[in-house]
Design a protein around this ligand. Structure first.
Ligand code: NDP
Ligand code: OXD
Length: 308
């Protein structure tokens, strides 16, 4: 009943120590030192390779190091293998902080103020109250809801959009394609926290921007594949979108000459919005593994047919 960690050796060594102390009945090994391959039932990884999967004939559960699973090539994983994503307080808290930071920066017109400082013009920007700013979150799962909990006390007018249209107190929610136009039409700041699936790929595109009020701003903290980068550049140049925070891109990082890198209204960060923390994620992994071994359903179980 071995678990194999595949990835950052520092994290692997730290987690091996904690497993030896807290779950000694499950040997924790670090790829490629996997011991008897027949014993390996569990794998924890950020990405997958044919080499790793073909070396583990008795694999039963794949745990994702991240909250998302699109970075794992699930097509090479046998269909019976269960996939569980990471839900842990490190990712959730850092993501909520990042979204709050970006929303506040856009709310207080930081992009224009910084551009004004660089140009020496120090423009006066009319100051709005948070209650006058409409912030919409696409994706009302673990991270979308955490962002909402941090934004709500500041006073923003919050709305949310998801597949099933979850109800969240104090938030106007919309569901599916039918609800999308009404959701987008009432926003000053759009935050993307969707999983990347065939349905959501390229969702941040010209058509979407056209449905938002002119001059709205964008925060993409989900995946680069959600955004059609050329459409964002055109929308920025036409004034349809006023500014953007992008924590993710295609590719990561963007090439040195890419226009988004030097665009004055774009803040780029290197995929650090929500971070899997070595010191907290290991306990989430142990809890999930205990649930799996007890035959229970656990938070983070992926429906492989829908991709999240
Ligand atoms: P969850 O699975 O908990 O939530 C996903 C949400 O998206 C749900 O509300 C779901 O709707 C909604 N959704 C999925 N597909 C659609 C669709 N086709 N149309 C409308 N809504 C849809 O995910 P998390 O909140 O945990 O994470 C979201 C993503 O954030 C991850 O998949 C990952 O890509 C990204 N991420 C980025 C990080 C970074 O550092 N930049 C760090 C961590 C995660 P419903 O509620 O109806 O199921
Ligand atoms: C994740 C990520 O999915 O870091 O957790 O992007």
């Amino acid at each position: 009943m071995t678990i194999v960690h595949c990835g950052d050796p520092k994290r692997g060594a730290a987690w091996a120590e904690i497993f030896a102390r807290d779950l000694p009945e499950v040997p924790f090994r670090c790829w490629p030192d996997i011991g008897d391959a027949q014993d390996v039932r569990y794998l924890i990884a950020w990405t997958l390779s044919e080499e790793v999967i073909s070396a583990l004939p008795n694999l039963e559960v794949l745990f994702s190091i991240g909250a998302g699973v699109d970075q794992l090539d699930l097509s090479i994983l046998p269909p019976h293998v269960r996939v569980i994503r990471m839900i842990e307080p490190g990712i959730t808290t850092t993501m909520a902080e990042y979204v709050t930071m970006a929303v506040l920066a856009l709310h207080r017109d930081l992009p224009a103020l910084v551009a004004g400082q660089r140009a020496g013009t120090f423009p006066y920007m009319p100051v709005k109250m948070a209650r006058e700013r409409r912030v919409g979150i696409m994706g009302l799962g673990e991270l979308g809801q955490a962002a909402i909990r941090m934004l709500a006390p500041i006073g923003f007018r919050l709305s949310g959009w998801s597949r099933s249209g979850r109800e969240i107190q104090g938030v106007e929610t919309f569901a599916g394609e039918e609800g999308m136009d009404a959701f987008l039409g009432g926003l000053d700041i759009l935050v993307c926290l969707l999983p990347l699936t065939p349905e959501t790929c390229g969702i941040l595109c010209r058509e979407t921007f056209a449905k938002m009020p002119r001059g709205a701003a964008l925060i993409n903290v989900a995946r680069g594949g959600h955004l059609v980068q050329e459409d964002l550049l055109s929308a920025l140049d036409e004034g349809a979108i006023s500014a953007a925070f992008l924590d993710v891109s295609t590719p990561e990082p963007l090439p040195e000459t890419h226009a988004l890198r030097s665009h004055p209204a774009v803040f780029l960060t290197p995929h650090i919005a929500g971070v899997t923390r070595i010191d907290t994620a290991v306990y989430a992994l142990i809890d999930a593994l205990k649930g799996v071994m007890a035959g229970q359903s656990v938070a983070g179980d992926i429906d492989r047919s829908r991709g999240y």
